[in-house]
Design a binder for this molecule. Structure first.
Ligand SMILES: Cc1cc2nc3c(=O)[nH]c(=O)nc-3n(C[C@H](O)[C@H](O)[C@H](O)COP(=O)(O)O)c2cc1C
Length: 337
């Protein structure tokens, strides 16, 4: 019997398949179906800084400053007993999900500014979250900010959150850091328990008919996996943090490659949206059968066995493979014959 268990953020999970934040971890019904299908933990959809701040501003205006805004009329405002803020709704859903699942539940906070919103992490912890994922979805398009400024934003948000919670915290990272290994070391020093690579930045497109921007978030394919695999392989064994891969996990091979590179867990979102909860069982069966054939006994044994842990110079290794791959290119079309 293959031992698929894995350790992630100090939790022992029965296997490395964890549905990531998204539409499927919103409803009680779908998380239950994910657990029944074999998921070892779930990451809930995100609670956004913008939601938290909007409500704080609204309540502040109506309650602490009743004389501002609409004058006397505002002073009659007291929150309706049934009024549910975004935070209340999230906490309620988290408590319900926790009560009905037996697998760990990771809550997700998503934001970018140092305005105190991360303090709400303590309410998520009190509502039963086993760990927190902090997603700093930040497009670094400010000409006045250096790479160090962008990194400091992540580190400061993490430190601030860690002051409010005692449960493990992992950070969902952008793939666009100048020096990812150095930055991940900084996160480790600042108290991170894990990193999840990588956030998928949604890219607006131009509609040539309307000359406006189009906003669309599509699903991924396995092609997006390779950048995750590379950096997991670089990080494995060089940091003590848990490593999660998110982006492009659709098949048995995707899961195996990420584990071989060194991932503790592989997150699933698009794959589940496209193929349904049954995908989890298929992946688990496929991974177990492959491991059995290759005489691996456990995920722990497999994990990181193709990482760059023992590579003395990953930079030179990357240069060598780059030159080799360019040299070996053979045209696939007849256009130049
Ligand atoms: C419709 C949709 C909603 C998502 N919502 C969130 C979210 O609330 N918080 C978050 O951190 N990631 C969110 N994600 C990102 C996913 O968790 C995941 O990181 C990303 O889709 C890449 O993984 P995949 O290739 O398995 O889809 C969302 C993705 C999709 C497609």
């Amino acid at each position: 019997m293959i031992d698929l268990s894995t350790s992630y953020l100090g939790l022992t999970l029965k296997n490395p398949l964890v549905p990531s934040a998204g539409p499927l971890t919103r409803s009680l019904d779908s998380v239950k179906r994910l657990e029944d299908a074999g998921a070892s933990a779930v990451v809930m959809y995100s609670l956004f800084e913008e939601e938290l701040l909007k409500e704080e501003r609204m309540l502040d205006r109506f309650i602490t400053n009743p004389s501002l805004g609409h004058g006397e009329a505002d002073s009659f405002f007291t929150p309706h007993p049934n009024y549910k803020s975004g935070l209340d709704a999230y906490l309620e859903q988290l408590s319900k999900i926790k009560a009905s699942l037996s697998i760990p539940v990771i809550a997700s906070l998503n934001g970018v500014t140092a305005s105190g919103w991360v303090a709400h992490g303590k309410e998520l912890q009190a509502a039963g979250a086993d760990a927190l994922e902090l997603n700093v979805y930040y497009v670094a398009a400010d000409f006045n900010q250096s790479a160090a400024d962008v990194e400091a934003r992540y580190v400061n948000l993490l430190k601030s959150l860690k002051q409010h919670v005692s449960i493990p915290v992992t950070m969902k990272l952008s793939s666009q850091f100048t020096s990812l290994p150095h930055f991940v070391k900084q996160l480790e020093a600042a108290g991170a328990d894990g990193v999840s690579v990588f956030n998928r930045f949604y890219q607006p497109d131009i509609d040539l008919e309307t000359l406006g921007l189009t906003d669309k978030i599509g699903v991924t394919s396995s092609k997006e996996l390779l950048i995750r695999m590379r950096w997991i392989a670089v990080l494995f064994g060089k940091v003590k943090l848990s490593l999660a891969a998110t982006g492009g996990v659709h098949t048995r091979d995707d899961v195996l490659k990420l584990l071989l590179a060194g991932a503790d867990v592989t997150h699933l979102c698009s794959g589940l949206l496209l193929q349904g909860p049954e995908l989890i069982g298929q992946l688990l069966d496929g991974v177990s059968a492959w491991m059995e054939r290759r005489e691996y006994e456990s995920v722990a044994q497999l994990k990181g066995s193709l990482s760059q842990q023992h590579s003395s110079d990953p930079v030179a290794f990357a240069r060598e493979s780059y030159i080799r791959v360019l040299d070996s290119y053979t045209p696939v079309t007849k256009a130049w014959q």
